[in-house]
Ligand binder design. Structure first.
Ligand code: NAD
Length: 483
């Protein structure tokens, strides 16, 4: 079988990597390669940066009025809406998440482009009070230049939109390095928006490995900022490399998010929220609620209900509407999940359901892990501290509110936290004390372009979403006039 060969998108045209090096890309459900993607190198990264720099400095994008930029963003939103089904199918083929999830996710992407379109023509300046006698001083907000955007495999086009929409609204240009596991959707998206009129060079996509093309982009002198989403080790490497050039970065990294259930909660709502919070996307979500902190006197009954719901989860073909969870996205991720399950057992946790590889009900070769619940976990065990990025829930009991907050915050991470209670005063007390970028009360995992999202501690640096974050893609200049 000949495999599809996908090319880089640079300067408004598809082109093969200069080295002519390729790597296979696999469908995790069929466990078979379906295509070849570029294994680009530093020279491809440089070509893409040069195209983005040229588009930033001259030509239709550089000359576009803010209103025209807003119009372009709205066109991108329309293109995504019109092609949502195709784009979602491409993502499912590469990451194995269910079509229902990826389609719903892609259908929400236009909201991001429309939201930041609304801000493109509201980036004002400021006339300052007289700062020196006889001088007039004003402030300009200018785009930064070429932004490198490095994205992971779990929600490829959505996490790109979180970066690209504000960056373009502010007048920047972009070079995208999608995950080597999910390169196809960004390439298709780039082709579609190019056909829709985005000027050449404004959006470039370069396929390849993080340590190769990702590192080349991060260290490139003409890249003004790196916007990264991925794991802690990649984030650290990007931060260290960017420090050499004193380049700004935004880092959206991993999590070990707690779901805290108090005795006064609506317990059925909480149990359902906890189960979907960890097992949705097979746990392959940065905000997966991987630690369940449950008030001790509820522990047994609540865990029993969680296990009952967990055992109803249907694994299988991600394209089938009957499926709740598809296969694990790739072999390294599967190995990581099984290693973490091994740690939990070695450290003395009790596996009450799951804990093993399971076969696809259709008999296919994809890698599946049974949704897994561990009890008897203490917060110092590896299973409670390390991000698994898989369908594994660790249950930790607590006695009172102060202990719940202490356990929740005793983590290297601080991305999300869930709080299940009907006590309004407790909601505000606990929400204020949790070290997490998003706190969800009687709900979990809600995100929107309207609300800032990001992490405390090792979960990252900077925020994505919301009005204010457009400032992260702008530079401030004071202009002094001697009158
Ligand atoms: P990853 O860190 O392995 O890869 C992410 C991207 O970074 C890929 O494109 C990869 O090629 C690139 N990369 C890796 N090393 C690099 C380097 N040294 N220099 C430059 N680029 C490099 O992450 P992943 O496995 O694709 O994704 C899963 C991780 O992403 C999890 O930790 C998850 O929590 C995190 N994540 C965070 C958020 C968030 O918004 N906070 C959202 C989704 C996923």
């Amino acid at each position: 079988m000949t495999l599809d060969r996908l090319q880089n998108y640079i300067g408004g045209a598809f082109q093969p990597p200069l080295s002519d090096a390729w790597m296979e890309t696999e469908n995790p459900y069929s466990a078979a390669a379906w295509g070849l993607i570029p294994r680009s190198g530093a020279e491809d990264a440089s070509a893409a940066v040069a195209a983005a720099k040229q588009a930033f400095e001259s030509g239709p994008w550089a000359e576009a009025s803010p209103t025209a930029r807003a119009g372009m963003l709205r066109r991108i939103a329309a293109v995504v809406a019109e092609n949502a089904e195709e784009l979602a199918r491409i993502e499912v083929r590469d990451n194995g998440k269910t079509f229902a999830e990826m389609h719903a996710q892609v259908q929400r992407i236009p909201d991001w482009y429309n939201f930041y379109a609304g801000l493109a023509d509201k980036i004002g300046g400021e006339l300052l009070p007289e700062a020196r006698p006889g001088h007039m001083t004003y402030v300009r907000h200018e785009p930064l230049g070429v932004i490198a955007m490095i994205t992971p495999w779990n929600s490829p086009l959505m996490l790109l939109a979180w970066k690209l929409a504000p960056a373009l609204a502010a007048g920047n240009t972009a070079v995208v390095k999608p995950s080597e596991f999910t390169t196809a959707s960004a390439l298709r998206f780039a082709g579609l928006v190019g056909e829709a009129g985005l000027p050449a060079g404004v959006l470039n996509v370069v396929g390849g490995l993080g340590a190769e093309v990702g590192a080349a982009l991060t260290g490139h002198p003409d890249v003004a900022k790196v916007a990264f989403t991925g794991g802690v080790s990649g984030g650290r490497a990007v931060y260290a490399a960017a420090a050499q050039d004193l380049k700004p970065v935004s880092l959206e990294l991993g999590g070990k998010s707690p779901n805290i259930v108090f005795g006064d909660a609506d317990l059925e709502l909480a149990a359902r929220g906890v189960v979907s919070g960890i097992f949705g996307s097979g746990g392959q979500s940065c905000v997966a609620g991987s630690r369940l902190l449950v008030q001790r006197d509820l522990h047994d009954a609540f865990v029993a209900r969680v296990v009952e719901l967990t055992e109803k989860i249907r694994l299988g073909d991600p394209m089938s509407p009957e499926t709740d969870i598809g296969p694990v996205a790739n072999r390294p991720q599967f190995d990581r999940i099984m290693t973490c399950i091994g740690w939990a057992l070695e450290d003395g946790a009790t596996c009450v359901t799951g804990g093993t590889q399971v076969q696809d009900p259709e008999g296919g070769p994809g890698l599946f892990v049974a949704p897994t619940v561990f009890t008897g976990v203490s917060n110092d065990m590896r299973i409670a501290r390390e991000e698994v990025f898989g369908p594994v829930l660790s249950v930790i009991p607590f006695d009172g509110e102060a202990e719940a907050v202490a356990i929740a915050n005793d983590s290297p991470f601080g991305l999300g936290a869930g709080l299940w209670t009907r006590d309004v005063a407790r909601v505000h007390r606990v929400a204020a004390r949790l070290q997490a970028g998003s706190v969800w009360v009687n709900t979990y995992k809600a995100t929107s372009q309207i609300a800032p999202f990001g992490g405390y501690k090792a979960s990252g640096l900077g925020r994505e979403g919301g009005v204010e974050m457009i400032a992260d893609y702008l530079q401030t200049k004071s202009v002094w006039l001697n009158l």
